[in-house]
Design a protein around this ligand. Structure first.
Ligand code: NAD
Length: 262
């Protein structure tokens, strides 16, 4: 039987790309979010921190695979909101998934869960969590990862955690920030974090400030590639890459194949 997908946070930048990729290849997909921005994919309105709503939506849509990429923006919410959505919401989704016998659960975390402020180069997924997470967003992402990984193998549920770093829309590399902002705004509908931050920096005239030697290594990945990773992870939860390379119960950093310098 083909999977029935529910993309949690599917009105957001990443969730929208995941839902569209699934729809474009002919899958049965719905979205659960607190905001409706599109009307071409079946939509359920609801807050994931409400256990009753979560159970009811999961029952109604008949999902067999949950892709959970809902979160408040990294810098946008009060601490209790991060705990409510990222921790309580993830708990509610896992509880409903095991109760309803859902098979697959893909969670979007962040590579920042291992970042403690010091340089990290060529690390892999065996790198420990930051002893002191940088902020409450990262602290709650760590907790959510642990909840998702602990549920792997329980009541027939297979789970996987994906860790993107910065996500950007469809844009190539340009040296001029003005041009980059212009192109980005044309090609990145739904990007409310990167473009908003860069634009605010540009509008307040702070682009003349340079930190370091302009060779600072950072990690940005195109949203289409991050979405692709989610779809692949969902597919591979039932058909592992090989018996020695399972996907269930694992964590994967999602990154570019070449470094970016700013
Ligand atoms: P986004 O804000 O565009 O999308 C998040 C979506 O979650 C929004 O549509 C929002 O309405 C929804 N949401 C928030 N609270 C909810 C709740 N209580 N119940 C249901 N839906 C809720 O963000 P994005 O950039 O698409 O990020 C997607 C995921 O990727 C997030 O989990 C984020 O932490 C993670 N991530 C993002 C980046 C980045 O650079 N954007 C980097 C690393 C990880």
């Amino acid at each position: 039987m083909p999977d029935v997908y529910l993309v949690i946070g599917g009105s957001g930048l990443l969730g929208r790309h995941i839902a569209k990729q699934l729809q474009d290849r002919g899958d049965n997909v719905s979205v659960l979010d607190i905001v409706q921005r599109y009307d071409d994919i079946p939509f359920y309105h609801g807050d994931i921190s409400d256990e009753g709503v979560v159970l009811s939506v999961l029952q109604q849509c008949g999902a067999t695979c949950i892709i959970h990429c809902a979160s408040p923006h990294a810098k946008s919410a009060a601490p209790e909101q991060f705990w409510k959505v990222n921790v309580d919401g993830t708990k509610a989704l896992i509880a409903a998934s095991t109760r309803l016998g859902i098979n697959k659960f893909v969670y979007t975390s962040s590579s920042g869960v291992v970042f403690d402020g010091s340089d990290l180069e060529n690390i892999d997924e065996s790198h420990p969590y930051a002893r002191k997470p940088l902020d409450v967003y990262m602290e709650t992402k760590v907790q959510a990862e642990k909840i998702v990984l602990a549920a792997n193998g329980k009541d027939g549920l297979s789970t996987v955690v994906l860790r993107p770093s910065g996500i950007f829309g469809k844009v190539s590399r340009y040296s001029s920030i003005t041009f980059c902002l212009f192109i980005h705004s044309l090609h990145s509908p739904g990007d409310r974090q990167l473009i908003a931050g860069l634009y605010a920096t540009y509008m307040t005239g702070r682009t003349n400030i340079q930190i370091g030697n302009n060779r600072n290594l950072t990690d940005w990945t195109a949203v289409a590639n991050v979405a692709d990773a989610h779809v692949l992870a969902a597919d591979r939860l039932s058909t592992p890459i090989s018996p020695d390379a399972p996907v269930a119960g694992e964590i994967f950093f999602i990154t570019n194949d070449e470094p970016w310098y700013f």
